[in-house]
Design a binder for this molecule. Structure first.
Ligand SMILES: [Zn+2]
Length: 74
């Protein structure tokens, strides 16, 4: 139900990345081929997920996304 008052509510801008749901794998970053750092992060993420440590999984995803790869055309 919407009223005109709803328009005055500002959307919250989150400073933190969105929560990664453990059961969803389609939205996760994939490690770059040939990148040792990405491979290590992916391995760490897999272990963390097996242990049910969602915060570590999320951290690994963030690092994977932010890991720079010079030469890639992204
Ligand atoms: Zn990498």
């Amino acid at each position: 139900m919407r009223t005109t008052r709803d328009r005055a509510v500002k959307p919250i801008t989150y400073a933190q990345p969105p929560v990664e749901l453990p059961l969803r794998t389609d939205s996760e970053p994939v490690p770059a081929a040939g990148c040792g750092v990405c491979a290590a992060l992916a391995a760490q993420r897999r272990e963390a997920r097996l242990e049910g440590d969602g915060s570590v999984v999320s951290d690994c995803n963030v690092e994977l996304r932010n890991h720079p790869h010079p030469g890639e055309s992204t």
